[in-house]
Design a protein around this ligand. Structure first.
Ligand SMILES: CC(=O)N[C@H]1[C@@H](OP(=O)(O)OP(=O)(O)OC[C@H]2O[C@@H](n3ccc(=O)[nH]c3=O)[C@H](O)[C@@H]2O)O[C@H](CO)[C@@H](O)[C@@H]1O
Length: 364
């Protein structure tokens, strides 16, 4: 199979795409893949580092208010469509997959106009702007939340789950927490604000470090690559603790996740697919800055199933954060019940189902 993939801007769009590529390579080692991303998104480093053929274009999103920048956005979109058509003609994909982000809008639109079979994947329960636009043109739409179904043309929708779920579910991890200068035999919780880090969560974590230093559990605090230096400046004043490890970004999350007893995080759709695939109990702090408050909706799907606790960002303080962490990390039976509830929601075959859909569409 010749598969062209496009998805970018943020980890939540990139990792599902990479999971499909891995599953394709597992099933068909001779398959050819081309990943098309944007220059500015983190895919421009993550994808080439994995040795996957990568082409980048310059693209940006629309501003919600009227602005001259939107003229530039239209110009860059049309230019990217033109570039995408060239790439489609030279790579000759059997099928093109889009996993969200502005760049996938141009690539999938171009492929559809050239009558190449196309599929998009929507990770969220509330449909993103790019996928909403593309839904008219593509052949099939893979979803992860039933709530997304009604927002798309009914005959195109297929429930696959999020392919990243399968990638984390099937890994045999040999990771040691000593990599983070922590102990392997002490229950460990990771605090991570999605793929970009979260400002308020970082601030509250810095304020909580002294209290957390006295706890019987360990903490891996992931700041996000752009916020690491800022956090470390403040931590230098407070002093570090033996049971807390501060990292800027985790490159090998599928290997680290199975070693964790819990996660405190945002409720991006791909993160939740990972937590449920593995059955990791969590404390979710939905980002209030996303379209139609979709992270709260995402989080409630776990909270309502007793798989997660939730703290609204407006209520996030040292006190609410640490008491939720204590509740999770000092009560083994509660943690076990939440882990089982989370696992029930997991879709550990999502990558295989997604690939079956791509094959079906490529042959139709
Ligand atoms: C602010 C924003 O617009 N967020 C959106 C974005 O979030 P974001 O990019 O944060 O997406 P998710 O939380 O869904 O996924 C983050 C991904 O990055 C990985 N990761 C994270 C931190 C790290 O150090 N290392 C690492 O590998 C996680 O394991 C996960 O695979 O895309 C998601 C779509 O899927 C949406 O639901 C989110 O609302």
């Amino acid at each position: 199979m010749r598969l062209m993939v496009s998805g970018g801007g943020t980890g939540g769009h990139i990792y599902p795409a990479l999971a499909v590529i891995n599953e394709l390579k597992r099933q068909d080692p001779d398959a050819e893949v081309l990943y098309v991303g944007s220059h500015r998104g983190i895919e421009s480093t993550i994808v080439p580092d994995l040795g996957i053929p990568f082409e980048a274009m310059t693209i940006q999103g629309f501003k919600r208010s009227l602005s001259l920048e939107n003229l530039k956005t239209v110009y860059l979109f049309l230019k990217s469509v033109h570039q995408s058509k060239k790439l489609v003609r030279s790579f000759k994909p059997d099928v093109v997959l889009g996993t969200g982000g502005y760049v996938s809008g141009a690539v999938l639109y171009a492929a559809a106009k050239l009558h190449v079979p196309t599929v998009i994947h929507e990770q969220n329960s509330v449909v993103g702007m790019t996928n909403k636009f593309l839904s008219r043109y593509v052949n099939k739409i893979a979803i992860n939340f039933e709530d997304a179904r009604a927002q798309f043309p009914a005959d195109k929708v297929v429930m696959t789950g999020n392919p990243r779920a399968q990638e984390v579910a099937n890994i045999e991890s040999h990771f040691s927490l000593s990599t983070f200068k922590l102990k392997d035999d002490v229950p460990t919780i990771m605090v991570v604000g999605g793929s970009q880090g979260a400002l308020k969560l970082n601030q509250v974590m810095v304020e909580s470090l002294k209290t957390l230093a006295k706890k019987p559990y360990q903490v891996v605090f992931v700041t996000g690559p752009k916020r690491y230096d800022d956090v470390m400046k403040q931590v230098t004043k407070i002093g570090a603790a033996d049971n807390i490890s501060i990292q800027s970004y985790i490159n090998n999350m599928p290997e680290v996740l199975p070693k964790l007893a819990g996660v405190v995080g945002r409720s991006g759709a791909t993160t939740l697919a990972e937590l449920t695939a593995l059955g990791v109990p969590s404390i979710l702090i939905p980002s209030p800055y996303v379209t139609a408050n979709h992270q709260t909706k995402n989080a409630l799907s776990l909270v309502n199933a007793n798989a997660a606790l939730m703290i609204k960002e407006a209520d996030l303080t040292t006190q609410t954060l640490v008491s939720a962490m204590d509740e999770l990390m000092t009560d083994d039976s509660k943690r076990a019940a939440m882990a089982a509830a989370a696992k029930k929601l997991g879709k550990p075959k999502a990558a295989t189902e997604m690939l079956a859909l791509l094959k079906e569409v490529s042959q139709s």
